[in-house]
Write a protein that binds this ligand. Structure first.
Ligand code: HEC
Length: 152
């Protein structure tokens, strides 16, 4: 059940265009909100990455929980990507992202798919460290792929 909810939620990542609620937020606050979401994602990624590398003991349930946590906050990112945030000086988003929103969104979707795959795989009873390594690695690479092009 939980799994299904998370999957649906990630599907909505970056479906920003018609989010009326965004108008409630100030641009400065939206950048703080966005950066906070990324901090929460980063903490989940750190634990999963450490398990994939064998730095801490592998535990399938923990990976599943951490992946779900990530999905639950990642689904909120879309509403922070409002054009008015371009002018916020604290933002480390490069102008290139706004100039090529199609590619930026594609990188967001690639991340969403890798995370979706990890959520699904880690919910299976045969999920082990050997299966976790490539699935976590793929998800983490999708973070870097976007940062390389679009983050200062
Ligand atoms: C589609 C692009 C994209 C993907 C995918 C992505 N990020 Fe980012 N990330 C950004 C952008 C853009 C910023 C800068 C946001 C800003 O400052 O306005 C950022 C900022 C961050 C920050 C700094 C937040 C702060 O406090 O300033 C962290 C940490 C981070 N990302 C972690 C991650 C992790 C971990 C993943 C994958 C699990 C990920 N990101 C996936 C685009 C992306």
């Amino acid at each position: 059940m939980l799994k299904k909810i998370a999957l649906v939620a990630i599907g909505g990542l970056f479906a920003t265009t018609a989010i009326a609620q965004s108008e409630l937020f100030k641009a400065d606050d939206l950048v703080k909100y966005r950066q906070s979401i990324y901090q929460v994602m980063s903490a989940q990624a750190k634990v999963m990455g450490a398990m994939a590398k064998g730095e801490i003991e592998f535990d399938a349930n923990t990976v599943h929980e951490r992946a779900l946590n990530m999905g639950n906050v990642a689904k909120l990112l879309g509403e922070t990507y409002v054009p008015a945030t371009q002018g916020v000086k604290e933002s480390n988003m490069l102008p290139a992202a706004w100039e090529d929103m199609d590619d930026f969104s594609a990188k967001g979707k690639a991340f969403g798919s890798a995370l979706q795959e990890l959520i699904a795989a880690s919910g299976e009873s045969d999920f082990d460290a050997a299966k976790a390594r490539p699935a976590i690695g793929k998800m983490l690479k999708s973070c870097k792929a976007c940062h390389d092009d679009y983050r200062d």
